[in-house]
Design a protein around this ligand. Sequence first.
Ligand SMILES: Nc1nc2c(ncn2[C@@H]2O[C@H](COP(=O)(O)OP(=O)(O)OP(=O)(O)O)[C@@H](O)[C@H]2O)c(=O)[nH]1
Ligand SMILES: [Mg+2]
Length: 489
Amino acid sequence: MSTARPTIAAISSGSGGGVGIVRISGPQAESIARRICQPVPQDLVSHRLYLGHVFAPSEAPPIQAHEANDAAPSPPGLRRDPRAAVDQVLFCLMRGPHSYTGEDVLELHGHGGARNLRRLLDACLAAGAQAAGPGEFTRRAFLAGKIDLTRAEAVATLIEAQSDQALRHAQRQLAGELGQTIAELRRRVVELLAEFEGRLDFPEAEDEDPATAERCQRALRGLHAQVQRLGNSFRQGGKAVSGGVEIAVIGRPNVGKSSLINALCGSERVLVDAQPGTTRDFVEVRSDWPLSPSDAAQPPVMLPVVLIDTAGQHEAASHLEQHGMRLARTRLAHADLLLFVVDGTMGITPEDAQLLAELPADRPRLVLWNKIDRKGCLPPPEDRSTVRCSALCGWGLDTLRRTVAELLAPRLSSDDEVLVTSARQAALLTQTATALSQALAALSDQPQTATVLVAGELRVAAARLSELQGDDVQEGVLDAIFSRFCVGK
Ligand SMILES: Nc1nc2c(ncn2[C@@H]2O[C@H](COP(=O)(O)OP(=O)(O)OP(=O)(O)O)[C@@H](O)[C@H]2O)c(=O)[nH]1
Ligand SMILES: [Mg+2]
């Protein structure tokens, strides 16, 4: 009995466009082609485009059961009327393993348009295919060993890319750069592990040569530093590159936080009112900021940002406001940059000073001296971290954008480095770094007796790196990763 996976089908092209693609993958791909496409030559050549018509299988002349190996040619002389066709298509069969999924893959290139593509897909489903789930083609490519998990994740990053920089990083991951770095790190961990396990097997032969201990320590230190740097690259740039820079706008009620967000987006996205306490929930607004001046020859480089409007922070808050303030504080703990808004007519009040002191110290921040259009606005302190602006009149916003870009420049100019762009990868690298640092600590404390401990930690480190590549990874983890994908990818 065959244990082959079902044949799956989905619309694989995005919305719009003159041409759309329906993709079918699995053992029945060829027999489905023979059931619904006409004409299909008997000696159908792999990876070659053919012109033909697709018919719903119910309109097909009688055809035998469509098991994997009974790909019968369409009977000659029984040509169907093209006027009854679903669509005229170019179709291509890519026989496994030389295909995206490693299985037989059939692609139907039909006319674009959601309705037409849906009918093409229906013909495939009626001919025996099952509707594919999100990311199921890429999941099959991973399970067939065509790509490792870092490359599968790069496919999702590529599709979600909001900037040229994100696209470049995704392409590099897709080419296997991160996978190769991880494989090399794992090779070095396993090499060290073999050395320590050898000592476990032959304790009498334990090498107490101080030069050997020093060499192992040096190797561990080097590995730890590299893993840590790679793990940190997510916070320092990968997150910004893949999802956009998160900027939290905070301050007391009524200082103009929501007005500033609207001014920066150029449209009314959040509520503004003269009454304090207007914003209760945090609100996320996506926007694209030009990073470089545009000229006629070249479009500007755009930085995708997520502006986060938050509830005004103040002492005498109602129960509901306090809830909003708590939510705001939780959200700003994950932001890449903090914009603290001050009402320039009041200057830095004692409450402002306290709020400023309570902000996470490790996050870049700017103070926005707002409402400078108003009479009696106080002079701001003369420092580079204060920007004067008027959300109402739009003054100072270009300076603000420029200053933000300068502050984030170190994170955004890391085109040459391999970056980690998923939280899963970053978490596994952090766990690897922890295991390596514990191995290092054990080796430094008791160089003669640490063998068991060091071997144990190295085993953990090797396992985490394997997980990163996708070995021994649990179904649930795969489900979570591929649920990010769209259907058809
Ligand atoms: N003159 C002047 N008024 C401003 C400026 N920015 C905001 N305002 C006004 O200040 C009031 C409060 O603005 P909001 O943007 O709602 O302030 P907020 O900080 O979001 O307030 P909460 O949501 O209540 O915390 C509104 O009446 C705005 O029109 C500015 O630059 N100049
Ligand atoms: Mg507000």
